[in-house]
Write a protein of this length. Structure first.
Length: 147
C-alpha cells in the first residue's frame, strides 16, 4: 500500500508528512539557492510562459508539493504550504489549478495571486473554468497577469 492510501483517512497526518518532506527538501538547498527562491525564483524562471513568475520544474521540489495537493488535507494548511514555497513551478501550478474546483475560492485566489503572472497554460486552465473562481475573481487573476 502506498503512503497516500495508508494515510487517506487522516488528512492532517498526510499534510504533516508532506510538509515535513517539503521542509527537508528546502533544507537541502544552499543559503544562496534559498535566497533566489524567496527573492523571485531560481534560474530558469520565466521559461513557462510569457512573463511568468514560475521557476523551472524540479521534481525534487515539485513532487512533495504535488503530493500535498493530491492529499486532500485542510485547505488552509495547503494554501500556507504553497504560498511559503512560492513561486511555484508550472507543474505544481497545473496540478493546483486542476484541483481548484474542489477548493474554496479564497484558497485558490491566494495561491494564484501569489504566483502571478501565471504560466500561459495555467492561466488558460483558470479562465477555462477548472477552478471554483467566479467571473470577478477570474478578472482579478487576469489583471494580475498584466493583460
Amino acid at each position: 500500500m502506498n503512503a497516500i492510501a495508508s494515510d487517506s483517512g487522516n488528512p492532517g497526518a498526510l499534510y504533516e508528512k508532506y510538509a515535513t518532506s517539503l521542509n527537508l527538501t528546502l533544507s537541502q538547498l544552499s543559503s544562496a539557492q534559498l535566497a533566489k527562491v524567496f527573492e523571485g525564483g531560481v534560474s530558469g524562471a520565466g521559461d513557462s510562459g510569457s512573463g511568468s513568475n514560475a521557476p523551472a520544474n524540479d521534481p525534487a521540489v515539485d513532487q512533495p508539493l504535488i503530493d500535498l495537493i493530491n492529499g486532500g488535507g485542510p485547505p488552509g494548511q495547503l494554501k500556507n504550504a504553497l504560498v511559503a514555497a512560492s513561486p511555484l513551478s508550472e507543474a505544481v501550478l497545473t496540478q493546483f489549478a486542476g484541483a481548484g474546483a474542489s477548493l474554496p475560492a479564497g484558497i485558490v485566489m491566494g495561491v494564484l495571486i501569489e504566483n502571478a503572472p501565471l504560466p500561459d497554460s495555467v492561466y488558460q486552465q483558470v479562465v477555462g473554468g477548472s477552478t471554483s473562481l467566479n467571473s470577478g475573481q477570474i478578472d482579478t487573476i487576469t489583471a494580475a497577469q498584466g493583460e
